[in-house]
Design a protein around this ligand. Structure first.
Ligand code: AMP
Length: 190
C-alpha cells in the first residue's frame, strides 16, 4: 500500500493537489474537511456536532475525528493506498493513524507538506470563500483563528513525521502543475 499524508495550512492547495494525485496513483482520497461538510449537508448527528467547531474555525474533537476516519479507512479494504488530506491535525490523531494502519500491516510512507506563507494563505482563502461559499473561508477573524490553530495544534504533527525521516516540504507557491511534479518526484522515489 502507498499511504500519504498531504499536509499544510488551510489554503495551501491540499485539495487541488489531492485531486491530481489520486488520479495518477489511484489512491483513495480521505479529506476529513470534505467528510465533515458532506455530513453537515446531509444533516447527520456528526454534521450537527462538527458544524459548531468548523464555523468557529476550531478543530473537531480528536475522538470524533479519529472515529470517523477509522470508519472511512475500513470502508475501503481493497484500496491501493490512501491520501490523507487534512488529517492528522494533532499529535493524538497522528498516533491513532499509526495504530490503525499498523493493525492493517501497513503505515504512512511519507508526509508531503505544502509550504505557503501566512499572507498568501489569507488572500487565497478569501478568494475561495467567494467562489465556494464556504462560510469558514469568508470571515477574516475565522481564517485567522484557523491559522492560529494550525500553528499551535497542527505544526507538532510535522515533527512526528520528521523524526521518522518521513517529512518532505514542498514550496506551495507557483504553478499547480510544477507543484504537482515536485510532489510526484518525491512519491516516485518511495
Ligand atoms: P479543511 O477542509 O481541511 O480546511 O477543514 C475544515 C474544518 O473541518 C477545519 O477548520 C476543522 O474545523 C474541521 N476539520 C477538518 N479536518 C479535521 C481534523 N483532522 N481534526 C479536527 N478538525 C478537522
Amino acid at each position: 500500500m502507498l499511504n500519504l499524508v498531504l499536509f499544510g495550512p488551510p489554503g495551501a492547495g491540499k485539495g487541488t493537489q489531492s485531486a491530481k494525485l489520486i488520479e495518477k496513483y489511484q489512491l483513495v482520497h480521505l479529506s476529513t474537511g470534505d467528510i465533515f461538510r458532506a455530513n453537515i449537508k446531509g444533516g447527520t448527528d456528526l454534521g450537527v456536532l462538527a458544524k459548531s467547531y468548523i464555523d468557529a474555525g476550531k478543530l473537531v474533537p480528536d475522538e470524533v475525528t479519529i472515529g470517523m476516519l477509522a470508519q472511512e479507512v475500513n470502508q475501503s479494504p481493497n484500496a491501493k493506498g490512501f491520501i490523507f488530506d487534512g488529517f492528522p491535525r494533532t499529535s493524538a490523531q497522528a498516533e491513532a493513524l499509526d495504530v490503525l494502519l499498523a493493525e492493517k500491516g501497513t503505515g504512512i510512507a511519507m508526509m508531503l507538506a505544502l509550504e505557503v506563507e501566512e499572507e498568501e494563505l489569507k488572500k487565497r482563502l478569501l478568494i475561495r470563500g467567494k467562489d465556494s461559499g464556504r462560510a469558514d473561508d469568508q470571515d477574516p477573524a475565522i481564517i485567522q483563528n484557523r491559522i492560529n490553530v494550525y500553528n499551535a495544534e497542527t505544526m507538532p504533527v510535522k515533527l512526528f513525521y520528521e523524526v521518522q525521516g518521513k517529512y518532505y516540504g514542498i514550496n506551495g507557491i507557483g504553478e499547480i502543475e510544477s507543484i504537482f511534479e515536485a510532489l510526484c518526484s518525491h512519491i516516485d522515489k518511495a
